[in-house]
Every structure is written in structure tokens, then in C-alpha cells.
Design a binder for this molecule. Structure first.
Ligand code: KG4
Ligand code: ZN
Length: 344
């Protein structure tokens, strides 16, 4: 079967990434290469991503990452059928580096450009990794986003809920910071929580009594801060207990919301097996994954968690979103303008 060869470029946050993905005419996918360079070291001293430093690092490394992606896939740039790049939402300096590079390549090679919405790339990843069929519900929980999106088809999305303040990964990062656990906080909080007592503190579950599918994490974060201040100086056990209690609170929030979202799915899409797809870095959290597994079991729904390297930011998801759009003839003009904000 004829295959399309797509280059995908991702530079919207702190990973410089490029990948080559093949899509056959039946929709089958092959990841021929997937190269990610994380900027953790550049930002470590600042306790978070510094946009200007991120953009500069993308400038320094992107050419090499693209060359490596082609080399590992055993192709040359001239072999690609289309060039896909994240065009938003994200840190605009970084987005401009990736999108402008993609435009230059598209112009020089005379190949189509596909300007990809980063959220769409996360939303379609489960079709790349698990061949998931439409429709499905996506829960995106990353450092920048926390939302439920109904995915009906390529380009056919309906946002059912979002965060009204912090993203879930951001909440993990802020809690880690106030417990002096370093950045990124999610993995550190999860690790220390293992030796903690999740029942020692009963932290609030903001918004949970309301029927809407939105999240709010800033009140929870404040409660954690006040508790930490009340106990200071914190023993190692205090830190572990706070981390565990915080993690239990967010796991419950996410699981309850997932149950509500799946109930809505069954109501609005009768006759479809409910499917919940998880995306974003927080998908790596075992306690949250287990809570989601339980919520899905209760709802009679399938839970799909792609390999974590494809849940976090990467080039393959952008290439794949490009491949899905390319198959539909949905390419973009070279004057496409990068978008710092771009809801699905
Ligand atoms: O998707 P991602 O790699 O980058 C974007 O934000 O786009 O997500 C990173 C976020 C960070 O906030 C990080 O703390 C969080 O995901 N994270 C975790 C875990 N691993 C990463 N949060 C909770 N538990 C984890 N194991
Ligand atoms: Zn992302």
C-alpha cells in the first residue's frame, strides 16, 4: 500500500523534537524515528521553563534533531511527502522556531506544510499507538493543560471541560517546589509519596460537588501550602505525608470527573463503547492511572494509555496528526500564523 512519509516537528514547550512517521492508505502507522531533546538542564536552576531560554535552545538544536530523525529513519529530507509542525498553542518563541523551520523546509523542498494544533496532536496519538477508532473521550493532563475533549474525528473536537486555574502537572510542579523537591515536580512528588500516609491530611477537592466537567487546582495547592507552613520545619515524613495526601486528592478528583465524563459519553453517544484515552505527562502517575482504571471499570469503559514517551511532548504525535490531515488533503499555506492560544 502507498505510504505517506511525514516529518513532524515539536517546539512548543521545553522539548526540541522531530520524528518521521509513515502512514499507509489503510491508516496503519509506523514510527520510523522519534528524537526528543529535553531542555530540563537549561531550566533546572530556574524552577520552571524560561520561555526565552527555551526558544534559544530550540534554535540551537532543532536542525540537528531533524537531521538525526531522518538518519534514524533511513531517509533523506527530500523523501518526505509533507512537513508538519506544531503551530500553537504554546510558548510563542519556541513555536515560531519550529513553524518557521518547517516553512523553510516546505518552501525549499516544494512539499506541503501542515500547521498542527499541539492539542490535536495529543488527541490523535492513541490512533498512532493503539489504532483507536473514533469516537473517544480524551483526558489531557500535562504541565500546560487539563481538559476533557470528545474526539469524534480528525478536526472534529468538542471540549467538555478544562481547568479554571492551574493545569494538573503545574499543580504537581508547584507542590514539589513548596516541598523543595525540585523540577519537574510530578515524578518527585510521586516518588516521595510512596513512603507517605495518604490519609494524614484531608485536602479539599475543589469544584467536585459541581456537575460541570471542569477542574480547579489552585485552592488545593493553597491548602497544601498552608499545611506545610503550619508544620514547618518539615520532617521527611511530613513531606512524604503531604505529597501522598495531595496525590490522593488529585487522583480522586480526576477519577470522579472521568466517571462523570464517561456517563455523559454514554448518554450522548449511545451504541458506542465508551473509550477514555489519556495524554500528557501526568499520565505517567501510577496512582492517577489506577484511579482512572477503576473509574473506567465502573463505567464499563476501555482505558487507553499510550506509552509514556508518546504521552509527553514528542515529534511523532505531530507527524501523526500531520499524516491524518494529509490523508484528508488538509494542508496549510506558508503564511500560516503561529498561535500562542489555540483552543481545539
Ligand atoms: O506532557 P508534558 O511532558 O509536557 C507538557 O506540559 O506539555 O507534561 C509535563 C508535566 C509536568 O508538569 C510534570 O510534573 C508532570 O507532567 N508529570 C507528572 C509525572 N510525570 C510528569 N505528574 C505526576 N506524576 C508523574 N509521575
Ligand atoms: Zn503537550
Amino acid at each position: 500500500q502507498a505510504q505517506a512519509i511525514i516529518l513532524g516537528i515539536e517546539t512548543s514547550c521545553d522539548e526540541t523534537a522531530a520524528a518521521i512517521v509513515l502512514r499507509d492508505s489503510a491508516g496503519g502507522a509506523t514510527i520510523a524515528s522519534n528524537v526528543v531533546r529535553s531542555q530540563l538542564d537549561e531550566h533546572a536552576a530556574f524552577g520552571g521553563v524560561v520561555p526565552e531560554l527555551a526558544a534559544r535552545a530550540h534554535v540551537t538544536f532543532l536542525d540537528h534533531i531533524i537531521a538525526q530523525a531522518c538518519r534514524e529513519a533511513g531517509i533523506s529530507l527530500a523523501d518526505v511527502d509533507a512537513i508538519a509542525a506544531t503551530a500553537g498553542p504554546g510558548l510563542i518563541g519556541g513555536v515560531l522556531v519550529g513553524l518557521t523551520t518547517a516553512k523553510a523546509l516546505a518552501a525549499a523542498l516544494d512539499k506541503p506544510l501542515i500547521a498542527v494544533n499541539h492539542l490535536e496532536a495529543h488527541a490523535l496519538t492513541a490512533r498512532l499507538t493503539d489504532g483507536v477508532k473514533f469516537p473517544y473521550l480524551m483526558l489531557l493532563v500535562s504541565g500546560g493543560h487539563s481538559q476533557f475533549v470528545l474526539v469524534r474525528g480528525v478536526g472534529d473536537y468538542e471540549r467538555w471541560g478544562t481547568t479554571i486555574d492551574d493545569a494538573l502537572g503545574e499543580a504537581f510542579d508547584k507542590v514539589a517546589k513548596l516541598l523543595s523537591l525540585g523540577h519537574p515536580g510530578g515524578p518527585a512528588v510521586e516518588a516521595i509519596a510512596k513512603s507517605g500516609d495518604a490519609r494524614r491530611f484531608k485536602f479539599p477537592r475543589p469544584l467536585l460537588r459541581e456537575a460541570r466537567l471542569d477542574f480547579s487546582f489552585s485552592g488545593l495547592k493553597t491548602a497544601v501550602r498552608l499545611q506545610a507552613e503550619a508544620l514547618a520545619p518539615l520532617s521527611d515524613q511530613d513531606v512524604a505525608d503531604i505529597a501522598a495526601s495531595f496525590q490522593a486528592a488529585v487522583a480522586e478528583i480526576v477519577a470522579v470527573r472521568a466517571g462523570q465524563a464517561l456517563a455523559r459519553f454514554k448518554e450522548q453517544l449511545p451504541g458506542h463503547v465508551p473509550q477514555l484515552v489519556v495524554a500528557g505527562g501526568v499520565a505517567a502517575n501510577r496512582t492517577i492511572a489506577a484511579a482512572l482504571q477503576e473509574a473506567c471499570a465502573r463505567a464499563g469503559a476501555d482505558l487507553i494509555v499510550p506509552p509514556i514517551a508518546l504521552c509527553t511532548d514528542n515529534g511523532a504525535m505531530v507527524a501523526w496528526a500531520g499524516a491524518e490531515r494529509f490523508a484528508l488533503g488538509a494542508t496549510d499555506q506558508l503564511d500560516f500564523i503561529a498561535r500562542p492560544r489555540w483552543p481545539l
